[in-house]
Design a binder for this molecule. Sequence first.
Ligand SMILES: [Zn+2]
Length: 301
Amino acid sequence: MSRRGTTAFLLCALAGAVPPGHALAWGDEGHRIVGRIALPLLTSAARNQVDALLAADDDTLTAPDFVFRTVWADRWRDSDRNSTKVRYGATEQWHFVDIELARPDLSDACAGRKPLPDGTLASQGPARDCVVDKVEQFAAELADGSLPRTERILALKFLLHFTGDLHQPLHASDNHDQGGNQVQVLYGHNRVAGRLHAYWDTAVVQRIGHDEAKVADDLATGFAAEREAWQQGRPAAWALESFAAAKAAAYALPTATVPDEHGTPAYRLDEAYERRASATAREQLAKAGFRLAALLNAALH
Ligand SMILES: [Zn+2]
């Protein structure tokens, strides 16, 4: 079984079935909302440089614009996951940081937080790394005009995605359950259980709203008073906030399971859980968008 949620999840959930395997983090919609919040907050200097880097990129895995490039890293990872697994194996672990609920230790979750060996490009960095370190590495590369443009384009695309992943609570926590991938839940009118991780990737985002542009506007406006405070700090602290959100909301499950239609034991998420999940996801998406803008503005001034 693979590590994280799936694009097909929502459609399958609507159809009453959940497929095994496959993965992303915040589904595409969540990532695009993060991009839509960040984009209007860029300074003109950052915006010009971002536009120039994106215009110089001929990769076709996603549409070439800023908002759609937020999902590029998932497409890159998945482009050979059913064949050679070269890209998959090299980047799969960069999408999350498994901070253990029972014994939280960021260094453990980040393979000791070792710096990249001298001369190693972040896009070529070791497979065993975490989303916290990758955000730091790619932000530093984006700021370094002496690097090849091809690397800075990759740095931008990874940063657009990983800043979002860092804020999905189940990408910053683990309960020996593959970040909630092994936990089955029932919610709404579903009679067949789905994975808790996928609920947080997609269902909770859908619950906030279906019009991405409007959701992004609402979040940017609704949390405008918190923006400057939230833009402070570094990715390690942001990961610990995501971890706290996972403890307080994602893993705040009922004490007992019930059997789903097929007899699979699942936690039934009640209205209180779903309300808390929506509120948490709204805040995490807003933080991710604000912080993505802050990282880009700092790197490209
Ligand atoms: Zn991802």
